[in-house]
Design a binder for this molecule. Structure first.
Ligand SMILES: Cc1cc2nc3c(=O)[nH]c(=O)nc-3n(C[C@H](O)[C@H](O)[C@H](O)COP(=O)(O)OP(=O)(O)OC[C@H]3O[C@@H](n4cnc5c(N)ncnc54)[C@H](O)[C@@H]3O)c2cc1C
Length: 385
């Protein structure tokens, strides 16, 4: 029995677009540590990055499930959705918690491509994963907040116009819940950089444009606060669940790319008078990677369905990200291994995708922290921190 793919048209549309940006395009961008500007523009012009924006604001009004298919197909085609996935999950935060005035002000311009909302600033150098201890503060002064502090690993800042910022508005010592007292803001990067915000790029292993941010008296108008003061952590969790689910989909796209490439190569490469893929020592790791990618995909759909229904999906989003990142990493290892020496050559693209998919064991949340979440919040084991 076959089940019709409900997202077939989206897949086809994104694949068509990706065909205009072949491996050589992403390879050259990677070598130059550049930004795939033409690709992101084409995605925007075709409306794919406005998928989650409601039709009344100029988007297509689709859900996380459809957004995840778009991201998956980019990675499956050999590209890297990391250049533009921020817009999808940041959108969720604005859609669910922004005021009607904020949505009217930002969404139509994001949908048209006039503005990009690609960045979200949460991580800090001193606190890492322990988010409730962030020290970046936003102090209310009349009709403005004044922000001081530091963030690290904040991606796409140089290619975004807007950024969602998490900052403390009430000191940790004065709140009853440690997740309380934080707020989120939309920062207009075009006005902020050089006027209280300094951006310092971090060269890194993947071609992922990411930065240190220094806030020194940055002023943000009160109307740029999203939702109620002090509730920002709760709002941002929605965005984080969307982010984890979308990245699970990207890992599934990567995993399928690795499995396709290594299968093709193992059929063609002849050593000892037969294709290497005829050896079970080669077949089994590839088959295992395929099974794990497909299994991870099932959890991804469950996370999408819950998110789109507005139901709690923390467990499923985390589990989907865990399974998919693990599966894509296993697939990457098999793909590199069975390409032998050629796996290390730039022109095969395996080493590039290998580096790219490795990131997802660490960011946006490390594997250990997912295990800890499941142990404590799903299984009720005693808290370790
Ligand atoms: C390329 C890149 C892009 C990024 N983009 C963004 C972005 O746009 N916005 C943003 O806000 N952040 C971003 N990040 C940050 C990312 O989310 C963090 O790096 C990640 O959450 C891990 O935090 P950390 O690096 O501070 O590690 P730490 O919190 O210092 O942890 C270090 C290691 O210790 C382990 N560890 C820590 N505590 C425990 C524990 N209790 N039990 C077991 N293990 C533990 C972790 O699993 C991890 O492996 C990005 C990071 C990278 C590398």
């Amino acid at each position: 029995m076959t089940v019709r793919d409900p997202h077939g048209e989206i897949r086809e549309g994104v694949r068509d677009l990706c065909r205009q940006f072949p491996d050589a395009y992403f390879r050259a961008i990677d070598a130059a540590r550049g930004y795939p500007e033409a690709f992101v523009k084409a995605l925007t012009d075709a409306g794919w990055l406005a998928a989650m924006i409601p039709a009344q604001y100029g988007g297509s009004g689709l859900g996380l499930a459809e957004a995840s298919v778009i991201m998956e197909e980019i990675n499956r085609a050999g590209g890297n959705a990391g250049a533009c996935h921020g817009q999808m999950y940041n959108m969720g935060t604005l859609l669910r918690h922004g005021s009607p005035a904020q949505k009217r002000a930002w969404l139509p311009r994001i949908a048209s491509g006039e503005l990009r909302l690609q960045s979200m600033a949460v991580t800090e150098p001193g606190t890492g994963t322990d988010t409730t201890r962030i020290t970046t503060v936003a102090v209310r002064k009349g009709d403005r907040y004044v922000v001081d502090g530091q963030k690290v690993w904040i991606s796409r800042v140089q290619h975004s116009d807007l950024m969602i910022l998490l900052a403390r508005t009430t000191p940790l010592a004065e709140v009853t819940r440690k997740s309380g007292g934080m707020s989120i803001f939309i920062v207009d990067l075009r006005q902020a950089v050089g006027r209280g915000l300094t951006v310092r790029p971090i060269p890194n292993m993947v071609n992922h444009e990411t930065n240190e941010l220094f806030f020194e008296g940055l002023e943000i108008p009160v109307e740029n606060r999203i939702g109620a003061e002090g509730e920002g952590f709760r709002y941002i969790l929605d965005g984080l669940n969307a982010e984890r689910t979308l990245i699970a989909a990207e890992c599934i796209g990567d995993g399928r790319w690795f499995v396709d490439r290594v299968t093709r190569y193992a059929k063609e490469r002849v050593v000892f008078g037969r294709p290497i893929g005829q050896n079970q020592g080669v077949q089994f790791p590839i088959a295992e990677a395929h099974i794990e990618v497909e299994a991870a995909d099932l959890m991804r759909w469950r996370a999408c369905a819950l998110f789109d229904a507005g139901e709690p999906c923390g467990a499923e989003a985390n589990m989907a990200k865990y399974l998919a990142a693990k599966a894509s990493w296993e697939a990457a290892n098999a793909c590199l291994q069975f390409h032998g020496g050629f796996g290390f050559a730039d022109e095969y693209d395996v080493e590039r995708k290998f580096r790219e998919t490795r990131l997802y064991q660490v960011a946006p949340i490390s594997t250990n922290l997912i295990l800890s979440y499941v142990a404590e919040h799903v299984l009720g084991l005693p808290r370790s921190f």
